[in-house]
Design a protein around this ligand. Structure first.
Ligand SMILES: [Zn+2]
Length: 76
């Protein structure tokens, strides 16, 4: 039985919290390496949770992306 991307993405946060059935867990484990889309969502979600879990909030300073973009423009 194959699990769909929609189901994987819907269950990803539960999966990370280890709050899924063993059957569902196995299906997600099998799906992730085979699907770049779901694995990208998984990586993003896991990184977010890790940062929050560390008790540190992670925020780019205001104007950071604009300054970075300006610098990159100057280089090229
Ligand atoms: Zn997928």
């Amino acid at each position: 039985m194959q699990i769909s991307c929609l189901e994987v993405i819907r269950e990803l946060s539960n999966y990370i919290d280890k709050d899924v059935t063993p059957e569902l867990r196995e299906q997600i484990v099998a799906h992730l390496p085979a699907c770049t889309h779901c694995s990208a969502v998984y990586d993003g979600l896991r990184n977010t949770i890790t940062l929050v879990g560390d008790g540190r909030s992670f925020q780019l300073p205001a104007g950071f992306s604009q300054r970075l973009r300006a610098r990159l423009t100057n280089i090229s």
